[in-house]
Design a protein around this ligand. Structure first.
Ligand SMILES: Cc1cc2nc3c(=O)[nH]c(=O)nc-3n(C[C@H](O)[C@H](O)[C@H](O)COP(=O)(O)O)c2cc1C
Length: 204
């Protein structure tokens, strides 16, 4: 057993399959995952991923444990205003956080430190504690507002990782495209990944 822990937030951008696959991979690598899911993310999940998650954190936890066959104590589902969650305080929060997918709205709130819900607060905590924050932003085209917000966060050390899979691994399916993005995220947090061959080493 290891004590790896990470905060993962799903927000309401298109790209729910990226988030679900990432969750699966993190749990498979024995991370303790603090999961935060916005209301809009639940709508997107139901639209894109055949996953209808209940709103209540305890029911969502039960549904995900059953679906992913993971250990119940490795997944902690936090509510939108669960201010007593470890992720809400620099004294207890995991040092790494991924927002995947990240909407333009959450991007803006994080860039301006709003901390109006637990996702925004958790991101604010990781920034102030100089941890590692990755935003898998999805919108197209990007407006100047989006670009300015990304630029601002990037200057603070936040990793902006647009949901823009490559094609050089010759994807045969949507799963291959999803795995491309998830592999890049796993690389950045220092996790194992064998989802996609590494450029120059083990290409097909
Ligand atoms: C099916 C669906 C797809 C969406 N895709 C995007 C998207 O790709 N990027 C984005 O910024 N917003 C997208 N939105 C809009 C956001 O969900 C909306 O702005 C929401 O307020 C974001 O809230 P959140 O950041 O708290 O999750 C989408 C909404 C739906 C229902």
């Amino acid at each position: 057993m290891t004590s790896k822990s990470i905060t993962l937030a799903f927000t309401g951008a298109s790209g729910a399959p990226y988030g679900m696959r990432l969750l699966e991979c993190l749990l498979a690598q024995d991370y303790t995952v603090y999961l935060l899911v916005s209301s809009a993310a639940r709508v997107v999940l139901a639209t894109e991923h055949d996953t209808k998650l209940p709103a209540s954190p305890s029911a969502m936890h039960k549904a995900l444990v059953e679906r992913l066959h993971c250990s119940a104590d490795k997944l902690v589902v936090c509510g939108k205003e669960d201010w007593f969650s470890p992720v809400a305080s620099g004294s207890a929060a995991p040092k790494q956080m991924i927002v995947c997918p990240c909407s333009a709205g959450s991007l803006a709130s994080i860039a301006h430190g709003l901390s109006d819900n637990l996702i925004e607060r958790a991101a604010d905590v990781v920034i102030k504690e100089k941890g590692q924050l990755l935003l898998v932003v999805r919108e197209t085209p990007f407006s100047t507002i989006h670009l300015e917000n990304m630029h601002k966060l990037s200057q603070m050390g936040v990793t902006i990782m647009p949901a823009a899979p490559g094609f050089y691994h010759q994807p045969q399916s949507i799963d291959d495209l999803v795995d491309f993005m998830v592999a890049r995220v796993l690389d950045h947090i220092g996790a194992e990944q064998t989802l996609v061959p590494r450029w120059g080493y083990d290409q097909r």
